[in-house]
Ligand binder design. Sequence first.
Ligand code: SF4
Length: 369
Amino acid sequence: MDDKQFFSKNLLAWHRDHHRPMPWKGERDPYKIWLSEIILQQTRVEQGLPYYEKFLAAYPTVRRLADAPLDAVLKNWEGLGYYSRARNLHTAARYIANALGGAFPDHYDGIRALKGVGDYTAAAIASFAYDLPYAVLDGNVYRVLARFFGIDTPIDSTPAKKEFAALAQSLLDVRAPGAYNQAIMDFGAGHCTPRQPACTDCPLGPRCVARQSGQVAQLPVRKKAMAKRVRFFAYGVFEHRNTVWLRRRDGKDIWQQLYEFPLLELPETPADTATLPPLLVRHFFPAGLPEGLEVQAVSKTYRQTLSHQIIQAVFIEFKMPDDLKAVDFQKTRLAEYAQIEQFKLKKILAVPRIIDWYWQEKALTLRLV
Ligand code: SF4
């Protein structure tokens, strides 16, 4: 038996004894598999599970998802991060409902063509739903293969994709591609883990190059991590009775389609946040300060780490004049925003997590005083 045969045979045997049940495992409905795979991208199973259940309850079919307003889908996604996943789900559901007559594609290329579906997700859906012979390649698979076969090509380099994809495909058990894919993913997630893999009790151990050569901690290899871009957001929370000013973010930046307060992004982090209120006033009211506008409070600095960026945000609370008729909005930058009732922030509109943190703490403070 060569190394590849040894690998596949022992992996499947391991999986028979270590099967971890999940609501989507063994599922054949491509819609449910797709939903679970998109939710689980960049998300831990424990965190994704309630969202999977919530989405299935709200949108039991692809048509129901397609018919839902985007704001409602984003609200249901709130807290999970990487909102492009929810926007793409919605776009793809509409495409399936309208262009494909509601029938989920049943071949790899058709699945891969759906918005937000990459090679990995297409292989997972094709193999789990239709038993098509496509090997999955995700972070878990890269790690297991790099260690077992002793491959030191940086896994985030261009040549790695080709090298690992060819190897993964050659290992696939074409008689049971779905079971094989599930096995290698579970093995990476639960046994050959990034830190402290269970090498001493490993069915692949006798032929694992990393273990035999003492390189488990060094594999897989990554190129040097890129430094994250640090950004500073000064938000103006302009309140008038039970309303605030908000807009939906668009363009190519982070948090597309999520709602936010009036924003002034600064080129660098200010030394003292007490300097922010006059800056915001000048920015949003270039024609002069409206009579009756008051600065109420300056929040602490909130910090959210994204995959490539670190966002720091301070919220400056303003009380708008009682009589808004006196404000010429066309001469202010608030004209780009809409005056919206505050309860919608909590119940209906999806906001970035950093805004949610601030808004929840503010509500708590109001209850305490
Ligand atoms: S011996 Fe260790 S490194 Fe090798 S496959 Fe098993 S768990 Fe992974």
